[in-house]
Design a protein around this ligand. Structure first.
Ligand SMILES: Cc1cc2nc3c(=O)[nH]c(=O)nc-3n(C[C@H](O)[C@H](O)[C@H](O)COP(=O)(O)O)c2cc1C
Length: 341
């Protein structure tokens, strides 16, 4: 039995307030570049009707220069609440991009200050803003001035172990008008390695008045509860735990709402979901969707007999039919091994 302190229980019974926006769920689906497109979000939304979703990060410079908005900003009319995540280091481009994002239907604007990828940090975006706190503050203030929806920030604890500056940085974000801070408990230098250091999330929560969302290593209901108990954060954001597993946000939310742990999907249910994911990507993106589906399908193939062979095959598919055939065969052989699987 998982136990929850009465303090946490009380918090979970209340909506998450992001400035003027109220969200019924305290579990959020993170922005994941190359993953959280409209097709993936539809699957997550099915299992978690109330959670906040994020688009993949979008470059404000690109939005400024392109005649048409990038497809990454496309939002289904029924997928609210959803935030569009922007990255850049130019306050004027960010303000302009934020206005366009709101016109597309974004309920909040999220600013990426955590991406560790060189291509982004070299141009002054993502986690490199941790080293430019004044510019980061100006960015937030300019975006806040330009739109009526709440503006939020997602960042890391610091550049590296020698430069863990999140306490001062987080305070600056709040002072500049950010309505919520999501904190990934790793440094930029850590990338995705090592444990997320939730102790820093606790320290930040203690000094801010805006909601703080804990991110990093939320792979299960147990981890979500444990993280909230340790950090006192206002919610959790799931990331890598959702790769090939769009059920996670809903599973955690169900427990937060009811105190009951749902049964996990069976391997056959996961493969059925993989088929839908493949079909969705094909319909939405055509051939490019098939190539993107390869990685998604291989993420679905784990923890059942024959998973590693299947992983190998699905990561080379050329057509939707090929993918369907492989997934159907795997489903059949699983039902021969165990009709309830
Ligand atoms: C494939 C991948 C893509 C990501 N893309 C984004 C992104 O577009 N924006 C962002 O803020 N974070 C992005 N992240 C970081 C995650 O949102 C999250 O902060 C990080 O994975 C830590 O959580 P985890 O330990 O639960 O995975 C990405 C991470 C991965 C693995």
């Amino acid at each position: 039995m998982l136990s929850i302190s009465s303090h946490l229980q009380e918090k979970l019974s209340q909506p998450l307030k992001i400035g003027s926006v109220e969200v019924k769920s305290r579990v959020l689906q993170s922005p994941l570049s190359g993953v959280t497109d409209l097709v993936f979000r539809r699957l997550v939304r099915r299992y978690s009707p109330n959670s906040m979703m994020y688009t993949e990060m979008v470059s404000a410079t690109e939005i400024h220069h392109l005649k048409q908005l990038p497809r990454l900003m496309e939002i289904d009319e029924n997928e609210q609440p959803i935030s569009i995540q922007l990255f850049d280091c130019r306050p004027d481009f960010m303000a302009e991009a934020a206005q366009k994002a709101v016109a597309e239907g974004a309920k909040t604007i999220d600013i990426n200050m955590g991406c560790p990828v060189n291509k982004i940090t070299k141009k002054g975006g993502g986690s490199s803003l941790l080293r430019q706190p004044h510019l980061a503050q100006t960015l937030v203030a300019e975006v806040v001035k330009s739109v009526e929806v709440p503006v939020t920030v997602k960042t890391r604890i610091g550049w590296d172990d020698k430069e863990i500056n999140i306490l001062e940085f987080a305070q600056k974000m709040e002072d500049a008008g950010a309505a919520m801070l999501t904190l990934h408990g790793r440094t930029r230098a850590q990338g995705y390695k090592g444990n997320a250091r939730w102790e820093w999330i606790k320290k930040v929560k203690e000094i801010l008045t805006i909601p703080v969302i804990a991110n990093g290593d939320i792979f299960s209901v147990e981890a979500a509860i444990n993280c909230l108990e340790i950090t006192g954060a206002d919610g959790v954001m799931c990331s890598r735990g959702t790769l090939g597993y769009p059920f996670l946000v809903g599973e955690i939310d169900h427990f937060f709402c009811t105190g009951i742990k749902q049964n996990k999907p069976t391997p056959r249910e996961k493969l059925e979901c993989a088929k839908e994911h493949l079909q969705g990507l094909w319909e939405y993106k055509g051939k490019r969707g098939i190539y993107q589906a390869r990685k998604h399908l291989s993420w679905y193939c784990k923890e059942f007999p024959g998973a590693s062979e299947l992983r190998d095959k699905v990561s080379r598919i050329e057509t939707v039919e090929e993918g369907y055939k492989l997934l159907n065969e795997a489903k059949e052989s699983l039902s021969l091994i165990n009709p309830c699987s």
